[in-house]
Design a binder for this molecule. Structure first.
Ligand code: ATP
Length: 310
């Protein structure tokens, strides 16, 4: 399965977007394969929305190249973008209409054939978990944030996009709402074969559902990691204070343990076998004053990554 050559859906090389002298995105290389769920992660202002807008064709790059579905010719890119649906920040909804009419309007705009449209709308609402609202007169402006995201996704799915791009779809949702959106996106990826790009400034909101992650910071890609790579980075974190931190750091370097010293604590990351690590450290003469073990989740991974760069 893993050896099957998958098509490249998005390929960008040296992509930059400048506003005056300021780089919202700088010299980005990125390749996204068919069927992937790509988590775009970065703090506020990292450049996620800029990248999404560039891919969706909502803004033009200052420099760099982009190919979509294997095409990089400008005129063909426009046509290729027909296979992309983007939901940037909040979904564009008709707030004074109910769910049915929102979807119907979108279907008409997409020139979908009238025959079977009612059934399509009913099925689509059910698909995104809004089946109860097929006949409801409740206006979308009275929907919860999570329901709005779901109707937005249903609308984005009309026209069966091959690439679905969602900018912070879990922003402001409660844990249950976040889980529902995650599960819905996984279903869309599996059942419709759609490649998905989803951004978040809170890594844990993406959970471990993406198949690869792109970490952005101040407009630059600071790391790309597959799900597997992140998992192997998901080893334990040990935080220690030693009698002599300097000596301990030297010993840790010799033992080839990844570590950073912060204030009076040494943070050792990516430890697969804690018992073995303690043993080795003790043998190397490290005298512990305090010791704390933590599991390294995605959030921690990102924090560590940013610390490494400072
Ligand atoms: P957020 O999570 O806050 O949406 P983001 O990662 O999506 O952040 P972007 O919206 O891509 O970040 O913005 C990246 C940087 O580019 C920010 O510093 C932003 O202020 C700047 N920027 C974005 N659009 C413009 C614009 N039209 N003019 C000037 N600066 C802009």
């Amino acid at each position: 399965m893993e050896n099957i050559e998958r098509k490249t859906i998005v390929e960008v090389r040296g992509l930059s977007k400048q506003y005056g002298n300021f780089y919202a995105l700088k010299d980005l290389d990125l390749s996204i394969k068919e069927g992937e769920i790509v988590g775009l992660v970065g703090k506020n202002g990292a450049g996620k929305t800029t990248l999404i807008r560039l891919i969706a064709g909502l803004i033009e790059p200052t420099s760099g190249t982009m190919s979509l579905f294997g095409e990089n010719d400008k005129s063909k890119l426009t046509r290729m973008r027909g296979g992309i649906a983007a939901m940037v920040e909040t979904p564009a909804l008709y707030l004074n209409m109910n769910a049915h009419d929102n979807l119907m309007t979108r279907c008409i705009l997409e020139n979908m054939p009238k025959a079977g449209l009612e059934q399509y709308i009913k099925d689509r609402l059910e698909y995104v978990g809004l089946g109860d609202y097929y006949k409801s007169s409740k206006k979308v402006k009275d929907f919860s944030l999570g329901m709005r995201q779901r109707i937005g996704i249903a609308m984005a799915l009309t026209g069966d996009p091959k690439l679905l791009i969602l900018d912070e779809p879990t922003n402001g949702l409660d844990p249950e709402g976040i889980k529902q959106i995650r599960e819905l996106l996984q279903k869309i990826n599996k059942e419709q074969g759609a490649t998905i790009i989803v951004s978040s400034h809170i890594l844990s909101e993406l959970g471990k559902f993406a198949t690869s992650y792109v970490f952005l910071d101040q407009g630059e890609k600071i790391k790309e990691a597959t799900e597997q790579e992140l998992e192997s980075n998901g080893g334990k974190i040990i935080k220690i204070t030693a009698k002599d931190n300097k000596k301990a750091c030297k010993a840790l370097t010799d033992l080839k343990y990844e570590h950073v010293e912060k204030d009076d604590t040494i943070i050792i990351s990516n430890v697969n076998n804690v018992a073995e690590a303690i043993n080795k450290m003790a043998k190397a003469g490290i005298e512990f004053v305090s010791f704390k073990e933590e599991s390294s989740d995605l959030e921690q991974f990102f924090v560590d990554l940013l610390e490494e760069l400072q």
